[in-house]
Structures are given as C-alpha cells and as structure tokens.
Design a protein around this ligand. Sequence first.
Ligand SMILES: C[S@@+](CC[C@H](N)C(=O)[O-])C[C@H]1O[C@@H](n2cnc3c(N)ncnc32)[C@H](O)[C@@H]1O
Length: 278
Amino acid sequence: MAVILKGKELEEYNKTRYSDQWLTSAEHRLNSDYYKRDHNIDTLQTLLGAGGDKVLECGIGTGEFFAMELARGGKSVYGIDFSDLLLNDCRARFSEEGFTVRLGMADAQKLPFKDNVFDASYAIGVMPYMEDLDAAVGEMLRVTRPGGIVVFDMMNLWHPSQFINYWYRAFEASRFGFGMIDGLKRFKKSLGLNTNFKKRPEKVNYNLISPPKMLKAVKRAGSKFRAMGYNVLLPLDMPILGRAGNLCRRFPYFEKGLKDNKVLKYFGAKLVFVIQKG
Ligand SMILES: C[S@@+](CC[C@H](N)C(=O)[O-])C[C@H]1O[C@@H](n2cnc3c(N)ncnc32)[C@H](O)[C@@H]1O
C-alpha cells in the first residue's frame, strides 16, 4: 500500500528525512532548469520590486535560488527552515558569496518573529508540505508590515499532470508499483531515455492543494491578493515521461499567457499568490 503521510507523521518525515534528502534529491538536481521557469522569474521580480528591503523566506532550504538573488539585488535576507543540514548549507553559500543571511530553525506554521517586522515574506515550493494552510498564510501576513507583500506558490490539485504525478508517485511507493515501475525505468534507461527518480520514494509527502482551499485560506487572512496561473492545462514534469513530458516549453502562450485569465488560471500546474497586507 502507498503510504501517504498526514499530521505528526508527515511533520516528522519532513523534519528528519525529506529536508535532509533535499540536497541529493533528483528534484533538487533538476532545479536549475525548474527555477528558470516563468512563475519563478515573475516571483523573483515581484519580490525584487517590492518596497523596503527586509525579506523573509519561509522554508529557505539552501537559499540558492531566491534568497541569494534577493541578496544580490540588495535585500536584507532572513530565512527559516526546519532542516539544520539545509540551513548550514545555506549559510555556507551566503558566506562564500560575501553576503549575510540571518537564519533560524523554525516551523513556517509558527514563526518566531514579532508582528509587522518584514517588508515582504515568501515561500516557494513549501506550501505542499503544510498541514495547516491557514496558519502558514496567516503567519506570513502577521510578520509582514501593512503595505508589505506576501508571495507563495502551490501545486494545483486541479491540474491533470499534478494529479497524475501524485498518484504515480503513490503507486510507485507501493510494493506492487515499485516492481513494475522499476522494470519500466530499467527499460527506459536501456533505450537511453531519462529516468528522473533512481531510488524508490518511500513516502508521498506532499499535498496537492485545490484552488478553493487556497482561496479560502487567503480570504480568511483578509488582504488584497492577486492569483496567477502558470502552465495552464499543459503537462508538467510527469515522472513517467521524464523531461520529455514537459511540453510547456513548446507552448509559451499556455505556459504564461493565461496566467491572468479569470477562469483558466485556476487550471495551471502552479498558482502563485501575491498578497498585499492591508
Ligand atoms: C522544495 S524545498 C524548497 C526550498 C527553497 N524554498 C527553494 O525554492 O529552493 C522545501 C523546503 O521547505 C522546508 N520545509 C518544509 N516544511 C516546512 C515547515 N513546516 N517549516 C519550515 N520549513 C519547511 C524543507 O525543509 C525544504 O527546505
């Protein structure tokens, strides 16, 4: 049976296993490509263009993609994560480049900061691991000053490739699926095709979020927001297809052009929320 973690077990897994494996994971290795995508570039520009310079990244990880760029852009960067290993890696990267980063070990759902102390706060690739969305969104808004912005992305349950991706991984994590998919991968490899994941993933540890669920959390927080959808209806990194499955690149209009479409944006693989605190 696939093991889909929830509650305390999910929290424990994220703390002790997921975070520390992030550095060596296939996901991370593929990231240089991933982070050049439109939704990440737009997110970065939004943060660079925001007023003030004190920014907080929740779930900063190695900090190499967003936080480092923001430091290069003159921002004063703070970060929290619950992995010691990743925080140490992040600290080393910043000092190598001659930047200061202020880091702390904390849960994004319970931030150790006073109210209204940051000009902006953001979380990228982190919401899927939140058990309590209201708390995660609410905490970022709490620590951000009035007029400041909060930015985060989510993986959309309504997008076909995310949905298939999720169940593929759940199947792969099952005893039955592992044998079959391992065989398929060896076959793909023998044909010289890319196989993204070499090791059996032991657990499925992320949540797909539906737009209404996220909208509820955002509206409950009670501020003005903008939601943008990316990769609308197009396949995105289905492990079964490897990189060949990312057709978005060939259809730039669907990748980005529909990000503001009132209805279609909610069928994007990624939704990015930009909230201005009232
Ligand atoms: C997919 S990585 C993204 C890292 C980074 N934001 C980036 O874009 O490169 C997710 C990160 O979130 C962290 N994380 C997950 N749940 C968390 C929580 N509840 N509190 C703090 N950090 C968390 C993990 O340790 C990991 O560093």
